[in-house]
Structures are given as C-alpha cells and as structure tokens.
Design a protein around this ligand. Structure first.
Ligand SMILES: Cc1ncc(COP(=O)(O)O)c(C=O)c1O
Length: 371
C-alpha cells in the first residue's frame, strides 16, 4: 500500500461543500481585496491566540518580515534564532536588514535552546525569533523573560504551531500569545492551510498592530498616502474565506494528528534504532510533523520511497551551513546538536485523514528496515 506524505485531496473532500460555499460568496460578490472575510479571520485567529490584534498578510514569510521591518534594524544589528527551521525564519531577518545569529537547539524537542540564546546576547542584539517547531512550543517561560530582561523583541514563529499550547508558570499559554508578535503560515500543508499562500501576525501591542497594518499596505493607512515604504502583503479574501470555513475543524484535526502520533510512538517505543519524537511535558503538541531520529537515515528514506511510503527530511541542511549565509562564518561542528538532528531526522505521514491501514503500512515499512 502506498501512503502519501500528506493527502490534501482527502481533506478537501471532507469539507468540500463548506469551503466551496464560502469561496463562491466571495466570487459572487467579486470582492477579492480586503473583503470582510479578512477582518473576520483576523478576529478569529486573534481570539485563538489570545491576542488583541490579528493582521493578515500574504504568507508566513511576510508575517515574519513585517515585524522584523518594524524593528528598524541598522546594519550589524543581530537577531538570534534557530538554524533548525524552514529557511524563511532566517531569510526574513536578513531581508529586514538584520544579521541572523544562529544558536543551538534542545536535543529532545528540536526547539531553540534558551541557554544558547542567553549566551549569544550582545550589545547588538535587537530581537529573538523563536520557532515552535513541528507543532510544539519552545520554552517560552525562559525565553520571554530573557527578551524582557534585555529589552529585545520576541517573535514567535508559529507557522507550524497554530493553536498549540504550553503550560507556562502553571498557566496554559497559546502559540503567539506571549511574544511581541506571533506569526502563522497558511501554506496549504500547514495544520490550517489555505488554497494558496497566506499568513497572519498577532500581537497585544496596539501601536505595533497599526504599524504592521500599514507595512502590509505599502506603508500607509490612507490610500495614496505613505508614511514609510511598505509592501503589498495582503491576505486574499478568497484565502480568508477558505480558512474561515476550515477553522472550526482545526482543533479536531490537531487532535486527530496527536492520536496518530501516539499510535506511531506506541509502535516505535523501545525499538533500539528508532527514537520517537519527545513531547515536552509542558506542551500540548499539535504534530504538524511526526519526526523520528534514526541511524542510516538516508537508507531508510530510500527503503520507504521504494515502498511508496511518503516521507521527508525537515531539514537536511541547517541554516547556519547554507551557502547564502557563508559570509557569517559558521562551520560544521559549531552547532553540534543541530547538526546531529539534520543528519538523523525523518518525518513520516501524519494527517487527520490517515487511516489505520495506511499507518500500519508506514510502521511495517520502518520496522521492516531495521529488522
Ligand atoms: C517555521 C516556518 N516559518 C516560516 C514559514 C514560512 O511560511 P510561508 O511558506 O507561508 O511563507 C514556514 C512554512 O513554510 C515555516 O515552517
């Protein structure tokens, strides 16, 4: 049995009527730019993230770029982040005029290490971008006070973690709630995915929210008046309509992902070669990815491919080793936990529509390889 890494067609068929109705309402109205669905989705995502403001934008990448632009970085200003993430996290720092400073990760969760952040803070540090990788939140109870103590902006890259929660000092906190800005991606493969690109920023800060709203509209609140140079980075009304139709399903979908993760972990636990993903006990993990660590990873990948079992390596080359950042002077060996992760991780199919027979096929193929 072949099993795709992700099956968006199955998800679409389960909600086809609702989504098409929502889209057709926009089409019938021919109101594609900043229609009422955008403001509705902004309000819903702000509520979900327990933030005062939600500001839609064109992608999860722009959701990072705009708040970084709002820092007015000068050449040489540093922003600390993780090298074990999708490229956009660091690309946005660079494109906003900053220098990404890569620090190592926690070996269990793959999230940025608070101790490594502390050690990397210099007089040039202006901000931290913490990524909630694969669907579980970074250690916000340590990172947020660090940012506050040093007067740094804290951006939570929640592209993979919309609706994820973490017990912070005894209280449940949601991805995007505690940072200066929280960011989300609606890339189609995300837990809440649109029918194209889309993103959202959330913040508690009224003034910053105004600035971000301007930055996404060429730097002006009033048409044809521009206080600064911004971007065309609106969230399409059609995307907002799709996302509004999908949003009521999000909690159930994330729960279904977590159940499938549990089933994998039951099958892999105790196996000498397979290290299932660790869930930090403070976290409610929404399993955007189910990522195991294994020896002979590339051989396993070829074995799965031969059997039609979808899989992916997130991420095969950490960002501190990317050619475009060679000028920053990192070499292999500098961030050993990250480098061990990039050489050993592999992500398996996980989505709400994954049925037990498919999951068994994945499990059998992985176990079969190490038998
Ligand atoms: C951690 C992370 N940050 C940022 C992004 C960028 O989002 P987008 O693809 O919507 O630009 C993604 C996803 O693609 C991501 O996984």
């Amino acid at each position: 049995m072949s099993v795709p890494l992700l099956d968006l067609v199955a998800q679409y068929h389960s909600i086809q009527d609702e989504v098409l109705r929502a889209m057709m309402a926009v089409v019938e109205r021919q109101g594609f730019i900043m229609g009422p669905e955008v403001a509705q989705l902004e309000a819903e995502v702000a509520k979900l993230s327990r933030a005062r403001h939600g500001i839609g934008c064109a992608s999860g990448t722009d959701a990072l770029l705009l708040p970084l632009r709002a820092l007015d970085l000068k050449p040489g200003d540093e922003v600390i982040t993780t090298p074990f993430t999708f490229f956009a996290t660091a690309g946005a720092i660079h494109n906003a005029g900053g220098t990404p400073v890569f620090v190592d990760i926690d070996p269990a969760t793959f999230n940025i290490s608070p101790r490594a952040i502390r050690e990397a803070i210099t007089p040039r540090t202006r901000g931290i971008v913490a990524v909630h990788l694969f669907g579980q939140m970074a250690a916000m109870e340590e990172i947020a006070p660090l940012a506050q103590e040093h007067g740094l902006a804290l951006i939570e890259d929640g592209a993979q973690a919309i609706g994820a929660r973490r017990k912070v000092n005894g209280e449940w906190r949601v991805a995007g709630e505690l940072g200066t800005v929280g960011t989300f991606s609606f890339f189609p493969s995300k837990n809440l995915g649109g029918f194209g690109d889309g993103g959202m920023m959330v913040t508690q800060d009224d003034r910053l929210a105004d600035r971000l709203r301007k930055l996404r509209l060429h730097g002006g609140a009033r048409q044809y008046h521009h206080e600064e140079v911004g971007y065309n980075s609106r969230l399409d009304t059609l995307q907002a309509a799709v996302l509004l139709a999908k949003l009521p399903h999000l909690a159930g979908w994330s729960q279904a992902r977590a159940e499938r993760a549990q089933r994998y972990t039951r099958a892999f636990t105790g196996h000498a070669d397979i290290c299932p993903p660790a869930i930090d006990p403070a976290n409610e993990h929404i399993f955007h990815q189910y990522t195991i660590r294994v020896p002979r990873r590339n051989e396993l990948q070829a074995h799965l491919k031969e059997r039609g079992i979808g899989n992916a390596v997130y991420y095969p080359l950490a960002l501190h080793l990317q050619p475009c950042f060679a000028h920053l002077g990192y070499e292999r060996g500098r961030l050993p936990v990250t480098e061990a992760a990039m050489d050993s991780v592999i992500s398996l199919p996980i989505y709400p529509e994954l049925i037990p027979g498919q999951q068994d096929a994945v499990i059998d193929a992985v176990l079969g390889f190490y038998a």
